[in-house]
Ligand binder design. Sequence first.
Ligand code: URA
Length: 247
Amino acid sequence: MRHPLVPQEKVLYNLSMRLDAFLSKFAGFSRSQSRKLIKDRAVTLNGEVANDSSAAVDEGDMVVVNGMTVEAFGMIYIALNKPADYVCSREKAEGKSVFDLVETNFSAELSVAGRLDKDTTGLVLLSNDGKFIHEVISPRNLVEKEYLVETTDEITVEQVSTLSIGVFIGKNEFSKPVFIEVIDSSHLKIVLTEGRYHEVKRLVSAAGNNVRRLHRTRIGSYVLSSRLEPGEWDYLSDAEKKRITGT
Ligand code: URA
């Protein structure tokens, strides 16, 4: 799914860096490829052929490589509606990746803040801001993750009670949702502040049922927008980002 290029006002970088560093950061070339391009006179800086790899690029400067303008970008925060059958990793052998859905000049810079399993759908956050990612996934920060769960079997009172008081989901691994709500005989809402491997599936299975479908609807107090169809993504505004981490 393509998405319009980043609006310039959102991404202007407060930058001053060497031309070869600029090309590797924003155009994806290695440092040596960047130097070779400069040597081969393939790069212009503000309309003049650049011949010095160490030339300074400042905010507002225009860098063009082989006729293509290189766009600078800053901190990026994205919400994506993950479809089933996509993995949250870059491992080609694992199949289609959420990173393939974000086709931009900066997609190589992004990481996932809280992975979902291949068959899980819903809200995934992507960013190049390591501090933000840490804040979202660190259990210390108690950032809530809300899941809609469809079970294979009818939900019983005992299962709800087990989930409410918490249960061992593995050796020495105790998990207790911060909130649980029965929606109907086969649907539950579960809110966690941790993000352990297969945590919801292991919780439901330890309580005596199984997950048929799993969908993440919310992180912090940011709810996945109904405007985003599966596979679509959008930038988070400052206010939306604040709803996730509080900062
Ligand atoms: N818990 C799971 O079991 N799977 C997910 O994808 C997310 C939370």
